[in-house]
Design a protein around this ligand. Sequence first.
Ligand SMILES: O=C[C@H](O)COP(=O)(O)O
Length: 234
Amino acid sequence: MTVDFTDPKQVAKAIQYTNVNPDLTRAGVVRHLETCVEYGFDAAMIAPYWVSLAKDVLAGTEVRVASTLNFPMANDTLTMRLAALRALVAEGVDEFDFPPHPGLLLGGDEELYAQDVREIVRVAHAEGVRVKAMLEFGFLETDELKVRATRIAYEAGVDWVKQSSGWGKGGLAATEHDVRLLAQNIEPPCRVKVSGKVNTLEKMASLFAAGAELVGTSSGPAIVDGLVGDPDAY
Ligand SMILES: O=C[C@H](O)COP(=O)(O)O
C-alpha cells in the first residue's frame, strides 16, 4: 500500500504506536491508547499484561490491539510460546510480533528454527490473529543469514516480516538496506514492517521507499506532528 506522506491520516494508518516498557503504568497505558484513537494509528502495540485493558478501551474504534510474544528474548520453548500465544488470544489480541530464535539459525539448527515459526503461524492463524516475525537482524550479522531468516518466515506464512524489534543486539536503528533485503525476499500477501528509531517523517518515508509498509515506533505522534521523536526512547 502506498502512503501519501503529505496526508497525516494516511501516515497515522501506517503506524503501530508502541510502548512496551515494563515501567508503563495503567494510567500511562490508557493515555497511550487514547492517543492511538486520537491520531488514528493502525494499532496500539502494548505489553501482553495490558491487552485485556486495551481491548476494553479500544472497543468500537478502528485501532487494533497488538502485542508481543516471547519478547524481547526468544528463549522460551515452543510449548511455552504456544501457551503464551493462546493466553494472548484469550485476552483479546488482534495480532502479535514475535522473535524466532536467532541462536537456532546461527548454530545451523535451521529445521528447528523453521518448525517453531511454522507452528506459531499455524496456531495464530487458526485463532484468527495476524502474526509478525521480528527477525532480529542484529544477531544474524550476515546478509546470507538475514535472507534465510526472511525466506523461512515467508514460507511459514507469516503476515509480516520485520528486521528487528528495535531492542536486540545491533538492532536499534532500522536501515534501508535491511528493509530492501526483506522486501526482495517475500511476496504478497506477506509484507514488511520496520522498527527501530524511526522517529521522523523523513526517516519513515525513506524506509517506506525501500519497501516497508508499516512501522512500529514509540514516536508516532511526533512523526505525524512533524516533530523529531525521542532518539533515546528506550
Ligand atoms: O516497535 C518497536 C519499538 O517500539 C521501537 O521503538 P523505538 O521507536 O523507540 O525505536
